[in-house]
Design a protein around this ligand. Sequence first.
Ligand SMILES: C[S@@+](CC[C@H](N)C(=O)[O-])C[C@H]1O[C@@H](n2cnc3c(N)ncnc32)[C@H](O)[C@@H]1O
Length: 291
Amino acid sequence: MKEKVSGMSRGNVIAADAMPYPLDNHAPQAVGYHALLGQLWDGWSVARLKDLFGEPRETMAGLRCWEVGAGVGGQFAVWLAGRVGRDGFVLATDRQVRDIPALANLAVVEHDLTGDREYPGWPGGFDLIHVRLVLQYLPQRRRILSRLADRLAPGGWLLVEDWVTTPAVEMVVSSVSEQDAALYVRVQQALSNVFAEAGTDHSWGGQVYPALLAEDLTTVGTQMCGQVWPAGGPGCRLVAGTIAQARDRLRAAGITVKELDRVGELLTRDDPGFALAGHLMHSTSGCRPPG
Ligand SMILES: C[S@@+](CC[C@H](N)C(=O)[O-])C[C@H]1O[C@@H](n2cnc3c(N)ncnc32)[C@H](O)[C@@H]1O
């Protein structure tokens, strides 16, 4: 399968430290972090594909798909490979590939969206390109979106899923202690700054709809998924994982070790009395006109 994908070769990857995405797939916490992403949003993304293709088991057979920024374990790419079957094909790419199993119909390739290298292609184009929680982090997101849209087959779908992050001051929807709530807001604000300084656009999810129209895609539509994340649940544990991975940068921003430890405790202990308004997922799709 792999040799059919054009524009791909290994060994031409820009050094990770030159990249804006502030997390590291090779960090020890990354495995758990990516598992939580799947727990929170794979079901939602599957429902979005059902909107586009009908019941996936029947209608996705034979599709040629590209899972962009597939993440550690590549669980969504693996799910897609199960749906497209032997006649279909999935390409999973990421800047830092880790633990994505290569299967008969799943090719795994290291590819940096911000590099100069030609983007992967498939003769006739891809029927589905799915990119979730990747573009919001990359300052070149608009240009990348354009290059992805170029890779669609006639009638193919681009599905872009990104957050509009909840402002720090609105995040705590429940806390017994006002002091804990204020501490959380301060840490969350510092975390948002760390990401913004690295190039993240916290409002990007809401900008995708007009961006897909500008790419001349049709049937453009957005659905949103919002949840309250109770302490101890996957949403709060995801935030705790992000804070743990950004610990040094948060320390440099003036958050103390004691404060970081307290916030870690608040987020991970089972306590529905502490809860956050999770970031709103905007899931936007557009279709390359057939013919
Ligand atoms: C938040 S994770 C999302 C993973 C997966 N898409 C999901 O939703 O579960 C962001 C992923 O984008 C990848 N990524 C970041 N910058 C990238 C780049 N320049 N090119 C390709 N992948 C990139 C990261 O390595 C990471 O795996």
